[in-house]
Design a protein around this ligand. Sequence first.
Ligand code: AMP
Length: 414
Amino acid sequence: MAAKLQAPRGTFDVLPADGRRRAALARASDELLGRAGYEPFESPVFEDTEVFARGVGEATDIVRKEMFSFEDKAGRSLTLRPEGTAGACRAYVEHGMHKLPQPVKLRYWGPFFRHEAPQAGRYRQFTQIGAEALGSDDPSLDAEIVLLLVELLEAVGARDLRVRLSSLGTPETREAYLLELGAYLREHESELSEDVRGRLDSNPLRAFDADHAGTRAVMEGAPRLLDRLGADDAEHFAGVRALLDDSGLSYEVDTTLVRGLDYYTRTVFEVESGALGAQNALGGGGRYDRLVERLGGPDTPGVGFAAGVERILLATEAEAEPGAGGVFVAVSEPGAARSAFALARQLRERGVRVQLEQAGRSLKGQLKQADRIGARATVIVGGQIEVKDMGTGQQMQAAGPEEALALVESTLES
Ligand code: AMP
């Protein structure tokens, strides 16, 4: 026998029970985001590596360690997309979307790839739902993006949500702040973890993320970016907060919130679920007012979120397996197979869910199968056609296919 093969490490198959839950989540997000004007958008699953190197940032973990990059036959470096915002901004520039009425609102659903150590809720191929609003820095867009993510998570029943919010200011404020933070960290260098020390120059903000006890103690006394915001940024953040407060959302301002991507300016946020373990972030996002420019476009503000589909479903109670319901079409003699096939198609055309015998079972086996799928009615096609109400057990004879259709419909309605 040939050796069995397995899906690659960190990937998974979606089997039908899960597939139904994912389809329901996709419908809920389409509905919710569509209502707020976010239009369907797709970009390629791989891009020029440059899109992410420039977009996400050379110093980030994603770009340094987690990208699936490869060369095409012409020697160009391509990368399986690790996130969706850089590709959306690349497309905004490529298609001159700045000429459209602003903001341009996009939504997407699709696979993303990061070479991480797999664990519960962390995969090498995972699925994100995302939304991006490009071309306006109005604080109402920041508030809308946060609220849409929370509303989506609530609508699908994700449990025990916690929202953290902060502002990172503009690149200039951040630069001055990073110098200040760097100087502070250097004063305390000997107390920091090796990892943090290694990145003092490239990414000192990550020190706030550290688990290392010594580093944490140092960070307690570290200067906070939120206290250094320029007047415009502070006002913008106040505007976002006012709208969120009006909406009744409960959230926590967390001055240590840093996200794993370099492009954020001003608003950043993350939504976690207490129902999950170590990988508890369901989604997050923020404003990225310089990203389009970094990718060669005009100065264009933007804000968005991305949420992990697999984690959302982990944080959501699985619903009871829905029975297929509908109708089962059984065949009581071989000569009736064609009539049964035609009848099944006619019922499906009328919008009825229909399964028919397609595995060579005996009539007894077929009736058992009808039970198994939870059919409301079974049609038995042979020399004549009978319709059985699976609820009452009542069996009715039909004069022909037309009458059988009518009997099925009245059974389903009863
Ligand atoms: P990020 O932009 O990195 O914050 O990712 C947004 C969301 O995508 C996270 O909150 C997770 O829900 C999900 N996500 C990110 N990386 C992974 C992964 N490796 N496996 C599963 N989900 C992920």
